[in-house]
Design a protein around this ligand. Sequence first.
Ligand SMILES: [Zn+2]
Length: 386
Amino acid sequence: MPTANSLPKSFLQLLRPRLPQMLDTLRELVNHESPSTEKVPTDRCCHFLADLWLHRKTLVNVVSQRHRGDHLRIVWPGTKPRPKSQLLVLGHYDTVYPSGALVKMPFHLKVGKAFGPGVFDMKAGIVQALFALDALHQSRLPVNKSIIFLWTSDEEIGSESSRKLIEAEARRSDAVFVLEPALGPRGLLKTSRKGVGEARLIVQGRASHAGLAPELGINAVHELASQIAKIEKWNDPRRGVSINADIISGGSRANVIADLAQATLDLRAWKLFDMRALEKRLHSLKPVHRGAKLELRGGFDRPPLERKRSSALFACAKSLATQMGFSLGEAAAGGGSDGNFTAALGIPTLDGLGAVGDGAHSSHEHILTKHLPQRAALLAALLATS
Ligand SMILES: [Zn+2]
């Protein structure tokens, strides 16, 4: 049995020779397409994944969904008969690519990179977790916590069907490890993420002939323009608060005063405090034009992942990486993940533990294959020591 000091290195030694098998598994997983919005192929991918885990002495529970792909909850009870508590390994197996994307971008290996739809975001992360578990088995280390692996099917479209499951599992966990892609070629972990939301501002005015009776109209487009001018001033780059009207629409014809206009607003903030303040401001908007009515729908759907929830876990990960002979950095990400949900519950959360690569959601999406064993070893070491 490895000593505490040699433990991360021993995982690396177990995993390095397994790179070819990791790539074979990754190829098969990528070849099971799993678009978030198509249940049939996504379920097929889910069942392929379920089989992989069933072969590894785990309890596999397929959480059936009506409209989305099924979620997968896997339990490894650890090595002690009565585990004290649990750790959560979290990720999603859905991708942003529609069925048939493989025709244009087939899985392939080229000069140390693996390409394919969803390979980086985040199928390679799932493969790393699978092999991390293998390494835990092989090392025969005593692990007195059970480990839950949760692979969901709708992260790329907002996690509507999985959020409750993720939160319930996180509440029971001592820590959450998120296998989303790392940032940049140095594989930085994501120790903070912005809270993200979408709101719709709808303005109701009154239609009238623009030439014959303009005084009877209430121009919804003018009202919306005034509101947007006001909202724009709320942007605070220093605090990382942003609000952007990304889509607007309104009016019906050139000679009719617009009776309806609306804007879709992208909302982002680093801090929970700023998120709440921004929502409050939005809800307290008052019409500028007499008679106009404002309605606000939506708001933040992912709270921020604040660094204080990641810092202790990151320090552990950094020290384990040093013992394995590589340096590990951290970064802040402007986009959200399911880690935002778990961190907002106050559960220590470390994100960006997945693959090193580039081009998420694009035709050149790829990972750097040499990092696979290293990242899997890092996860195994974190699970063994947390
Ligand atoms: Zn992702």
